[in-house]
Structure formats: C-alpha cells, structure tokens
Design a protein around this ligand. Structure first.
Ligand SMILES: [Zn+2]
Length: 191
C-alpha cells in the first residue's frame, strides 16, 4: 500500500491502536488509529491531507463520529473523525499537507484526538460502509502502516505540558472510567 505523503497531524502520540482494544470504548474492532494532540487535552491542532485527493463527504454533528470529513485519494479513502472544525469544502480538490480542519473532541471521545480511518476503496464503493460481524469494516487497513515514521519516532510519546515542559505520555489523554464512557454512549443513543 502507498504510504502517506504527509502525516495527518504534528502529534505522534498514538492513544489507541487499530484492531481490538479491550480497554477502549467497547470490545468491538477499532477501525482506525487514534492520535492525541501535541498538548494533551487541548484541541485545535491542524489536521492535514495525507495525500492528494478530493473531499468527498463532510458530516457535522454525528452522535458517535462528531464532525468528520472523507478524503478520497488514488489508492485509498481516508476518514477523519471528531474534528473541532472543518475548513475544507465538499468536492474540494486538495494537495497532501494542506489543512482540512482542526483536531477536536466532537462525538464520542475520552478527550481531544484524531481518529483516522483508511479504507482500500472509493467512497462510492458499495463496500465502503460494509462491516464483518466483529465490527471491522471489510476494507479497513491499519493507518499506522502508512505513516511517515521517519518523522514520527523521535517525538513518539513525548509531549509538552501546559508550561511547555516535555513530559512522557502514556495511552489516553483524559481517561474515563468505563461507567463514564457508557454514560456517554447512552446519551448519544438517546440524542
Ligand atoms: Zn478511534
């Protein structure tokens, strides 16, 4: 698979991996990769196009995914979830590295982060929204395999605290108990 031409954000803190994350929101398959912001808990990091493409879809206010944008590239289609705001327009042609919008915590989140999904089909493909019984999108692949890791390794797990001092980070920016997460899920279902 063709690597990204530009990473989706500056931060390199992966807060939840692709696949089964039993300590995550639920026991279903995690179809994307979660990346926390440069400063844990602070929204507004730039979100970039990972390759040349076209913005095929924008949805604001999805109960689970929040504000999201779909970027269709030559080799794959990217979905960016939980955004604070989206500056791109629908059907806009965009180059790798251009800003699509800003990192947020819309939809169901334990804190500000980007959830990025990569699917190996076009947005109009009938398989785009199709899932296996375990909840995995049949066309989803691990975004981590496409990251430009040479720009990634050095900063990995390192963040600045509110005073600009480097701190080491573990998973999850603003951990919630399972009870709090389920309360959020419950609220989303009833909204
Ligand atoms: Zn996620």
């Amino acid at each position: 698979m063709v690597k990204f031409n530009h990473n989706p954000c500056e931060s390199t803190r992966i807060t939840a991996k692709f696949g089964y994350n039993n300590d995550y929101l639920n026991d279903n398959f995690h179809n994307g990769l979660d990346i926390g912001p440069l400063i844990p808990g602070v929204e507004g990091d730039s979100i970039y196009a990972v390759n040349d493409g076209i913005i095929r879809f924008i949805k604001l206010g999805s109960p689970s995914a929040g504000n999201y944008a779909v970027l269709e590239c030559k080799d794959y289609t990217i979905r960016y979830l939980h955004m604070q705001s989206i500056t791109s327009k629908i059907m806009e042609v965009i180059k790798a590295g251009e800003i699509i919008g800003y990192m947020g915590s819309t939809g169901i989140c334990t804190g500000p982060h980007l959830h990025i999904e990569v699917k190996t089909c076009k947005f109009d493909d009938k398989d785009y929204w199709l899932k296996n019984s375990d909840g995995k999108y049949i066309k989803a692949i691990n975004p981590e395999d496409l990251l430009l890791k040479e720009h990634w390794a050095e900063k990995h797990w390192i963040s600045l605290n509110e005073k600009g001092i480097k701190i080491n980070e573990k998973r999850f920016d603003d951990p919630m108990t399972r009870g709090e997460v389920f309360a959020l899920l419950d609220r989303a279902v009833h909204n």
